[in-house]
Design a binder for this molecule. Sequence first.
Ligand code: KG4
Ligand code: ZN
Length: 344
Amino acid sequence: MSENKQSDICILGIESSCDETAAAVVKNGRQVLSNVISSQIDIHTLYGGVVPEIASRKHMERINQVIRQALSDAGMTFSDIDAIAVTYGPGLVGALLVGVAEAKAMAFALQKPLIGVHHIEGHICANYIAHPDLEPPFGCLVVSGGHTHLVAVRDYGKYEILGRTVDDAAGEAFDKVARAIGLGYPGGPKIDKAAKEGNEYAIDLPRAKVDGSAYDFSFSGLKSAVLNYLNGAQMKGEQIVQADVAASFQKAVVDVLVSHSRNAIDEFGFREFALAGGVASNSGLRAAMEEMCKEKGVRFFVPPAILCTDNAAMIASAGYYDHQAGRRSGSDLNAQPALRLGDR
Ligand code: KG4
Ligand code: ZN
């Protein structure tokens, strides 16, 4: 603690919206002092996806220990923390409730400010941690297991949604297609790996547009096209090449994500563009987005993979900017599973 100045603000972040129980301490919104993530992936893999009831139970078992570890890694005690930031939506209601109840109890017992954070806002803020010189305004594509949002970040805490998915999220499509071709859960990283060995032009798949809405996304047609291809191959007794399906599918998703982002850069004149969310760890997407931004003369930002998937450092960072803006949550803070970005 000795290197901390009086004016430094240290936020304890707590994240439990899906299948990671996480706690972190972040100084002044950008400097990670600790980042503890207890993943439940091994347990949910047995069921081929996240089982909400199991997720809540595991969060309850682990949350105290994860918080203690985060404080200890940061060399701090409870009293050194300036505020507690917690994800209160969107996500699985039972899972969110564990983090929210814990944060509320801590804030009450320690008499510290409580700040409810929007999970997607957290994903965007992961870029502030990874890139100390990044400041709004910028464009951001948030692609995760539950969300696909093209966002204009106008200022800290001020977002305009330019487009969103009308059906499946990008990560959800990765997970469903991975299951269909026998790669299992979680699908994103497995497709990413398999795609490296495949031919991305092997299968002709659609690049869906949403009528009348230039920036919205739709991935359910693409998922159906992959399933139709697999059924067709099975009926003809043809062997599918997993790597080719993975590569062609990944290319179809990446093409749409990149072309919408390119159009947004053209229309809104972003000079800086960031990628966020679990799918932002995809190597094909990172490379294609970087190339497009280079072509456009736009600075490109993406966090390292560990800050792309769910973590609490990003929640603490978002909480810091809320804290500085004077935003506080009351003891009536509740889990909001369907919270939309911009709702407060
Ligand atoms: O952001 P995140 O950890 O959780 C949500 O907020 O949803 O994102 C998880 C999603 C999963 O769908 C997972 O398959 C996907 O991110 N994902 C990836 C990769 N790593 C994780 N998708 C594509 N390529 C990856 N390398
Ligand atoms: Zn997430």
